[in-house]
Design a protein around this ligand. Structure first.
Ligand code: MGD
Ligand code: MGD
Ligand code: MO
Length: 765
């Protein structure tokens, strides 16, 4: 077990209040909440002006989620949601973290603040440096900061001793330059937040369909017969998706929801984009809700697959799309043979759902032709996460529900440009074709050895094999698993650097030396030599579009992310032939280089200026599966969960509240789950509570078990909740300390943040 340090959020309880769980999502409460955040952080008039620019065709891309905007009509009022408004308020805040702030507060004191308090202190205004042994960050010039990094990087024994992390807000232009710099420096150590997020989706989809991205467009939701939403909480994390689901329902489509929790937004909602409809009781979204046990999804999907096969045997040609299967796929025989080895009874115990309910859902799938399946972290963060997603693909392939209107895969992405960053080459396992193109275009030798992903980067720093950590955005210490282990890893570094907009815990859990480099946010104007610039991003459905800031930068001393990369590259790379300073004088020049090296970006500068942007090529959407290893869409054989829980063991999933953006804590409420003013809570099944002799709001400690390893998180309040037996839920990042670094998904190496085995003990007061 690791010694407890202040790498974790403080274990202070904040005064919980429990409320009734609301009956529907969005509605008037949501607009009130948006206005409150905007008013407090930004001021009302400036804030409303800002919201009007959000996700409009001449405006800026919401820094919230990656849900796409409509191709045609944008909403009358504005294309934003409550949590988009909070994301904007957070960035456009009036508060500032200045050099004076840093001279007032010592680093070890700041580490005692909660994540909420750290975030609320405001936007960072100047680059600051923490020299070795010091306890206060001090102002530093940009050039001196670049020089410190350059010296450290050039003093390494090998470029592979440096780690270059990316979070998913970085624009295409910044991401492209960043990976270019890192590769010219000589390493593929480009871990990103995707490694903890949709990596499992990328692995599963590439193998089965030949593209790591989803296949549907927003329009497909209007034309589908059936949407399955599995392992996702759109009411909180992708509120604008509810509008698309509303369209599905309006056109007669059905919705199945699969989740251990009856998440409010999915069951009933009021259209966030149509305030006139807010009055009234809201619309039922879900037709069938399957309350699956945590990690019971493969078992559940297998039962559905077995029922589909059974019906097809009874009435041939009634369920499968044989033309599609024959022409486009491989492996159906193996799939059918493998399914025969599972008994329904065994599978049922893993799901915890009555057979009748599953049969109802299977009948909907059997009786409809066009199916869309949407998913997020509820499927991707398990040991058998890749199996989860491949099993989904099996269902779609049997139905021929891919590459046609109203059907397909919909992995709902998180960060607003996480998909674009990958397209730009932020990946530790780049393809040779891509590296060849970089070499041709830029005249340097690109490294071929695969780099480190997030988990392996942490291990390398822990083992002192990596010595410099550079974070392009994000909050590494709080987003990653095994908080105390990761803290040691970061503290082992000679230098840690963060390009950030706001203060977070990663600035306080640092290497021997540390730098914070403050950058422009999405909502701010970006002026370079040739004048005002815009950037571009790719949403969850592969649409690339422009985003242009609207506000004056919050400080004169900020640089844009591309300018930071260019400054650093020009200082570090002694023999570079790339004209870094010229490239950033006009971002069109960066886009020309993207066009020259990445397929799908023909006439980039012209097309990105078209209203609404353009779609990238997508082979699965075009019903073409040639890029897979077999040249066909592949059925796959998948494993159900192999977790065996002991008598008093529970599975714990770590989820988001309605009041946070990953590690950024907007507030302390989780309105849709009826919990106010507290984050240190654990949701439990009332029968489990009774068995352990717990009362509501008892204070407990949580211990996670991985082999013989144990990790403890202290002081959580027990909340009785509608959750399957032996399943529990806590919030991320408070519970990350419990996620073992070695507990990862097969094939994708994603931390298993949704399946942590724990025991729960009452605290002696
Ligand atoms: N407002 C807001 N928006 C966000 C974010 C945010 O923090 N705040 N984060 C962004 C990011 S980076 C991402 S990746 C997405 C995340 O979006 P989500 O994936 O919706 O986020 P989570 O809170 O992790 O929720 C996971 C859901 O999966 C369910 N679940 C957990 N385990 C299982 C399981 O074993 N099986 C099934 N079927 N369901 C399960 C949980 O009950 C929960 O409803 O949202 C993005 N958008
Ligand atoms: N236990 C558990 N752990 C998880 C998850 C989980 O469900 N459970 N989810 C995982 C997922 S899905 C993800 S995506 C990761 C998220 O991991 P990260 O992306 O690393 O974390 P964020 O909290 O999104 O990063 C927030 C910070 O980004 C900075 N920032 C904000 N906007 C900008 C910008 O425009 N530019 C720059 N340079 N910086 C900016 C701010 O300083 C802010 O503090 O966490 C993962 N960790
Ligand atoms: Mo994510």
């Amino acid at each position: 077990m690791h010694k407890k340090t202040n790498a974790q959020p403080p274990e202070k309880l904040t005064g919980i209040e429990l409320k009734k769980i609301p009956k529907s999502a969005v509605g008037v409460k949501a607009i009130k909440s948006s206005i409150k955040h905007i008013k407090n952080e930004v001021g009302l008039i400036k804030g409303i002006g800002l919201l009007n620019k959000l996700n409009q065709k001449n405006g800026f891309d919401c820094p919230g989620c990656a849900w796409p905007d409509p191709d045609e009509k944008r909403a009358f009022l504005a294309e934003y949601c409550e949590n988009g408004a909070k994301a904007v308020a957070e960035e456009a805040t009036k508060n500032r973290v200045t050099p004076l702030f840093f001279s007032t507060y010592a680093v070890n004191k700041l580490a005692e603040w909660s994540d909420y308090e750290l975030g609320k202190s405001g936007r960072i205004t100047n680059p600051v440096f923490l020299p070795e042994g010091a306890n206060h960050y001090k102002e530093i010039s940009w050039q001196d900061a670049f020089q410190i990094i350059a010296n450290e990087l050039n003093g390494l024994n090998s470029p592979d001793e440096a780690i270059f992390y990316t979070s998913g807000r970085t624009s295409n232009e910044a991401a492209f330059l960043y990976q270019l710099f890192v590769r010219e420096f000589g390493t593929n150590n480009l871990p990103d937040c995707s490694n903890m997020c949709h990596e499992s989706s990328g692995v599963a989809l590439s193998e089965t369909l030949g593209i790591g991205k989803g296949s549907v467009t927003l329009d497909d939701f209007k034309h589908t017969d059936l949407v399955i939403v599995i392992g996702q909480n759109p009411g909180t994390n992708h509120p604008r998706m509810l509008t698309a689901l509303g369209e599905t329902k309006k056109n007669g489509g059905k919705i199945i929801t699969i989740n251990p929790l009856p998440e409010v937004g999915l069951l009933n909602y009021k259209d966030p984009q149509n305030p006139l409809k807010w009055v009234g009781s809201g619309q039922d979204l879900t037709d069938i809700f399957l309350q699956v046990k945590i990690n019971g999804d493969v078992a559940l999907l297998k039962i559905i697959l077995k029922l589909m096969i059974e019906q097809e045997e009874k009435v041939p040609y009634s369920v499968f799309d044989y033309d599609f299967i024959k022409e486009k796929t491989k492996g159906i025989e193996d799939l059918i043979r493998d399914l025969e080895t599972y008994s329904i009874d065994f599978l049922l115990t893993q799901t915890g759902i009555p057979f009748k309910k599953i049969k109802e859902a299977a009948d909907l799938i059997i009786n409809h032709k066009k199916v869309i399946i949407c998913w997020a972290m509820g499927l991707t963060q398990h040991k058998n996460a890749v199996d989860n997603i491949r099993e989904i693909v099996n269902i779609l392939l049997l139905k021929g529900s891919i590459g046609k209107k109203g059907a397909g895969t919909c992995p709902v992405r998180g960060h607003s440009n996480v998909q674009g960053d990958r397209t730009m080459g932020i990946w530790e396992k780049p393809k040779h074709d891509f590296l060849d193109k970089l070499e041709n275009e830029f005249n340097f030798k690109a490294p071929r050895k695969h780099g480190l992903d997030v988990v392996n980067s942490i291990k390398a720093m822990y083992e002192k094999k990596a010595k410099v950590f550079f974070g392009m955005g994000g909050n590494f210490i709080s987003a990653t698993p095994d908080t105390e282990y990761t803290a040691t890893a970061l503290r082992n570094c000679d230098l840690t650097v963060h390009v950030s907009t706001k203060l977070n815990r990663s600035h306080l859990i640092h290497g021997k030396k540390a730098l914070i480099l403050p950058c422009l946010g999405r909502s701010e104007k970006d002026f370079q030599k040739s004048g005002e610039q815009f950037v571009s991003v790719e949403n969850s459905m592969g649409v690339v579009h422009s985003s242009k800031g609207h506000l004056q930068p919050c400080s004169d001393d900020l640089l844009s992310e591309p300018a930071i990369v260019a400054g650093l590259a020009a200082t570090t790379l002694r023999r570079t032939k790339i004209k870094w300073k010229t490239l950033i004088s006009n971002y069109d020049l960066i886009r020309d280089k993207i066009e020259a090296t990445i397929p799908g970006f023909e006439n980039y500068n012209e097309r990105v200026r078209e209203k609404g942007g353009f779609y990238l090529p997508n082979n699965a959407r075009d019903n073409n599966f040639e890029p897979t290893a077999t040249g066909k869409a592949n059925f796959s054989i998948n494993s159900p969960s192999d977790i065996k829980l002991g008598e008093n063991h529970f599975l714990m999933m770590t989820i988001r509240t309605h009041d946070q953006y990953n590690t950024t804590i907007y507030g302390l409420n989780d309105r849709y789950r009826g919990v106010l003013n507290e984050r240190r809570v654990i949701f439990m099944n009332p029968d489990d509570m009774k068995k352990l002799g717990f009362e509501k709001l008892d204070v407990v400690d949580l211990t996670s078990h991985f082999g013989v390893e144990k990790r403890v998180a202290e002081k959580f309040l027990v909340i009785p909740y509608d959750i399957p037996k032996q399943c529990t839920a806590t919030y991320f990042p408070e519970a990350n300390v419990l996620v073992p670094i070695k507990s990862v998904a097969k094939f994708s190496n994603t931390p298993t943040s949704k399946t942590v085995i724990i025991t729960i003990s009452k605290r002696q007061q």
